[in-house]
Design a protein around this ligand. Structure first.
Ligand SMILES: NC(=O)c1ccc[n+]([C@@H]2O[C@H](COP(=O)([O-])OP(=O)(O)OC[C@H]3O[C@@H](n4cnc5c(N)ncnc54)[C@H](OP(=O)(O)O)[C@@H]3O)[C@@H](O)[C@H]2O)c1
Length: 256
């Protein structure tokens, strides 16, 4: 029982691993002996993060736009050239857009939907051969999708595509889990509350607004690296092998 959370020796892909929540998960994996591929569009910050994490373990950067199937296929081809399997896929890359309902543009709707939900389906689809390869009933492969508390409730912000996409992530997680269980691939989700990141920089930079956001969190603080890495490590370890199709709300008690 002492090795329930041991994930060393596994191989993972973390999308959106250059920043914020993806970087927190990637660091947790690398520090715990997981060879971790990180992907994002901007090569500069991605390479810098891979270099930083490579001082702690194995981390490889693959730049790509995952909102297109072409970008997804590029990542899968590059990983397949180096690995005969992966154990873990973290579908985390995401974007948001806030605009009043009367002017919310079609291009913003498509941008958010393409990265927040379409990419989760096609990234999972294209990674299936790599995920199936070493997956067994005792040690299933894992797919973790990043949802959001805003997939459960109205965020109180004009982020229509975002909240709809995140509800979709929670449902797609259930659908994929039940369909992929026979391939020994578990699919679960994490629905974060407030974590400081590039996406939430607008909250962190406005101290009064941030205090208001934190006042709605019973634990009284934003989530941090250990909170996120701890939940991700649980979800890819032996400890959670019988958890399938669920989204863990990681929000300091906010939506409870
Ligand atoms: N922070 C929070 O409080 C919070 C709460 C709930 C849910 N989430 C979710 O957590 C996930 C990570 O967000 P974050 O807060 O960590 O934000 P972040 O710091 O902005 O990170 C987003 C990551 O996704 C990458 N990305 C965005 N569009 C991409 C694309 N088209 N192709 C490939 N990579 C792309 C970004 O890199 P590039 O820009 O270089 O592509 C970056 O690495 C998102 O799904 C978000 O919805 C965050």
């Amino acid at each position: 029982m002492k090795n329930l959370f041991d994930i060393s020796g596994k191989t993972a892909i973390v999308t959106g691993g250059s920043s914020g929540i993806g970087a927190m998960i990637a660091q947790g994996f690398v520090e715990n002996g997981v060879k971790t591929y990180i992907c994002a569009r901007k090569p500069g910050p991605l390479m810098a993060k891979a270099e930083e994490l490579s001082k702690l373990g194995e981390c490889v950067a693959i730049p790509a736009d995952l909102s297109t199937v072409e970008g997804i296929e590029k990542v899968v081809a590059e990983v397949s050239a180096k690995e005969d399997h992966i154990d873990i896929l973290i579908n985390n890359a995401g974007a948001n857009w806030a605009e009043p309902i009367d002017t919310f543009p079609e291009a913003a709707w498509d941008k958010v939907m393409n990265i927040n939900i379409k990419s989760i389906f096609f990234m999972t689809q294209k990674c299936l051969p790599l995920l199936r390869k070493n997956a067994t009933a005792e040690d299933p492969a894992r797919v973790i999708n990043t949802a959001s508390v805003h997939g459960f409730e109205n965020p109180g912000l004009p982020t229509y595509a975002y909240s709809a996409s995140k509800s979709g992530v929670i449902h797609l997680t259930k659908h994929l889990a039940t369909d992929l269980a026979s391939s020994h691939i578990n699919v679960n989700g994490i629905a974060p509350g407030y974590f400081v990141s590039k996406m939430t920089a607008g909250i962190a930079s406005d101290k009064a607004f941030e205090q208001e956001v934190i006042s709605r969190i019973p634990r009284g603080r934003p989530g941090d690296m250990e909170d996120m890495a701890g939940t991700a490590i649980y979800l890819v370890s032996r400890a959670s092998a019988w958890l399938d199709g669920h989204t863990i709300v990681l929000d300091g008690g906010q939506i409870a």
